[in-house]
Design a protein around this ligand. Structure first.
Ligand code: PEP
Ligand code: MG
Length: 582
């Protein structure tokens, strides 16, 4: 531990981005502009060729990094680098740089820096949080190109931050991805939001992080002692011994709880009074399967099959899909894999097919598939062929009425018959389900249940459609409130309908992996919860340390309230009574 500093303690509030508390000396990551000379050149075409060379070296470098991240963290995290590769294909940016060289006759480093900064400035001024955070992507990629132009390759510069807290203006996704998982104690950035890629990565890496800390760089100096509270979003620079003392208890409590949680990771999914539930994993491809085994998931509760399409940025063939699906089924080693059929549209766009004014309410998911048998049938064939190698379930996203479900089932059975006539026999009869994520489907749950083996509730979309709040719009993020009693009673009626018809019900939206919400969901009647694998240990622990009677009582207390703030407090108190991280 560091000795108390002679500099005064300063507390800055930011946005909690990844949980945990850590403390260590600040490692200031300099992300200032590279100092480049500005000089007249005589060989303009030679400069442009150097630029092309730097672009293609950067392309290779990012592709390599992408593969490393896909292998170590999974496809979801690696997808960030696909966005980076797109920056390198940006014709407007490249043309602007070439024009600048031709018009000014100045060296490529100078021209590139000028143009890149203009692009960064434009994105930084955007009102939309999501677009503003893309400035970090451009800074990251253009920084790499500049390194190649200058002949410098500061790869892994963060490696030297072992046992320190990384402090930066904004940590780029590739810097975050190359953080040695066991080495860096935490990170704090002046910019960025919770939807930023760095924050998402920090959560996947389990490194405490706080982002969006105003005034950070003006306050902290290299080597200052920095305490990162990833639970509350507080950053304390040069904490006094009294502050450290107060935090020591918290740190010990967190560490002790973590150890306890991890010790129970392989124990059965059952409450203290014998009520069984099942925890499953959400995956985006074969790379995420490691987490299924590591965290003892019962199986895969949600396989987002559109990820392959987005990764390729093209329509994969039946064979491409089969290769990936069979890999997932094999890696599941006999555990059930729940394939969600293609859910493109909304914020997941591919080409101009889904380019429309109101994409979340538009040509999305099952709507697209029913309209395009040339896309739907090959996918169903690939899934049902993979099912020869292990148990699978198939579920349809965005079902809004019974007719749609019947049409989807018609395709499914016709593909099944076609395959049977080719001699393809599944290892076990696939289970058939639907995502319940549109209010009309929730209201029709009784009817839909008669046609299915299971429901999987997509709370991410269900909340957005019930409350008419775009799930990706930061400006109205406060209104995206799952504790609205309308959401809770809708969930209850879905689970009831499933129970009445004797089918199983799961939740695969983000609420399932939130230890505040999981107890309520099981109390309300959900039988399975599917979540990002790193969320499994805490959820399993909280549920295993509860009785079903307590969960029912929690439901009763929540349902007696109409104020969402009170409901959230009840959920938080319950979580804290099982998992005391605060
Ligand atoms: C959901 O809507 O809750 C869900 C799991 O699907 P996605 O997040 O992929 O839309
Ligand atoms: Mg959804």
């Amino acid at each position: 531990m560091q000795a108390e500093s002679s500099r005064p303690e300063v507390r800055l509030q930011g946005i909690a981005a990844a949980p945990g508390v850590s403390r260590g000396p600040a490692y200031l990551l300099f992300q200032g502009k590279a100092i480049v000379a500005c000089e007249k050149i005589s060989d303009v075409e030679g400069e442009i060729r150097r630029f092309e060379g730097a672009l293609s070296s950067t392309r290779l470098e990012i592709a390599k990094l992408r593969n490393q991240v896909a292998a170590s963290l999974g496809e979801n995290e690696a997808a960030i680098f696909d966005a980076h590769l797109l920056v390198l294909e940006d014709v407007a940016l490249i043309d602007d740089v070439n024009k600048e060289v031709r018009q000014t006759g100045l060296n490529i480093e100078h021209c590139f820096q000028e143009v890149a900064q203009r692009y960064i400035d434009i994105f930084e001024r955007m009102e939309d949080d999501f677009l503003r955070e893309r400035a970090a992507d451009i800074r990251d990629v253009t920084g790499r190109v500049m390194n190649h132009l200058l002949g410098a390759r500061p790869e892994h510069k963060v490696q030297s931050a072992l046992q320190q807290v990384v402090v930066a203006k904004d940590l780029t996704p590739s810097e975050t991805a190359t953080l040695p998982t066991d080495g860096v104690l935490g990170f704090v950035t002046e910019e960025g939001g919770q939807t930023g890629h760095s924050a998402i990565m920090a959560r996947a890496l389990n490194i405490p992080a706080v982002v969006g800390v105003k005034g950070l760089l003006a306050t902290v100096e290299d080597g200052d002692s920095v305490l990162v509270d990833g639970q509350s979003g507080l950053v304390i620079i040069n904490p006094t011994s009294a502050t450290l003392e107060a935090y020591r208890g918290k740190e010990i409590a967190i560490q002790t709880q973590r150890d306890r949680v991890m010790r129970e990771i392989s124990l059965p999914d059952c409450t203290r009074d014998g009520h069984a539930f099942a925890i499953q994993a959400n995956i985006g491809g074969p790379e995420d399967m490691m987490g299924v085994q590591e965290y003892y998931a019962h199986g895969v509760g949600l396989y987002r099959t559109e990820n392959l399409f987005l990764r390729l940025d093209a329509w994969p063939s039946e064979e491409d899909q089969f290769d990936e699906y069979v890999e997932v089924v094999r890696q599941a080693q006999g555990k059930m894999v729940t394939f969600r059929t293609l859910d493109l549209g909304g914020d997941k766009r591919l080409g101009d097919l889904t380019d429309e004014a109101n994409p979340f309410m538009g040509y999305r998911a099952i709507r697209l598939c029913l309209d395009r048998p040339d896309i739907f049938r090959p996918q169903l064939r690939a899934i049902l062929r993979a099912a020869v190698h292990g148990p699978v379930a198939v579920m349809f996203p965005m079902i809004s009425n019974v007719e749609e479900l019947r049409q989807a089932k018609h395709f499914y059975h016709s593909v099944m018959n076609e395959l049977a006539s080719e001699g393809v026999v599944q290892s076990t009869k696939p289970r058939l389900g639907a995502m319940i994520e549109i209010p009309s489907a929730a209201l029709l749950a009784n009817h839909l249940a008669r046609e299915l083996d299971f429901f999987s509730v997509g709370t991410n979309d269900l909340v957005q459609y019930l409350l008419a709040v775009d799930r990706g719009n930061q400006r109205i993020a406060k209104l995206y409130d799952p504790a609205n009693p309308a959401v809770i009673s809708t969930l209850e009626s879905i689970f009831r309908a499933a129970q009445r018809q004797g089918i199983s019900s799961a939740v695969c939206g983000e609420l399932a992996g939130d230890p505040h919400w999981a107890p309520l969901l099981i109390g309300l009647g959900a039988q399975e919860l599917s979540m990002t694998p790193t969320a499994i240990p805490e959820v399993r622990y909280v549920l295993r340390h509860s009785t079903h009677t307590e969960l029912k009582d929690l439901v009763a207390r929540v349902q007696a309230e109409t104020d969402s703030a009170v409901i959230k407090k009840i959920l938080n108190d319950f979580k804290l009574s099982k998992l005391n991280y605060h």
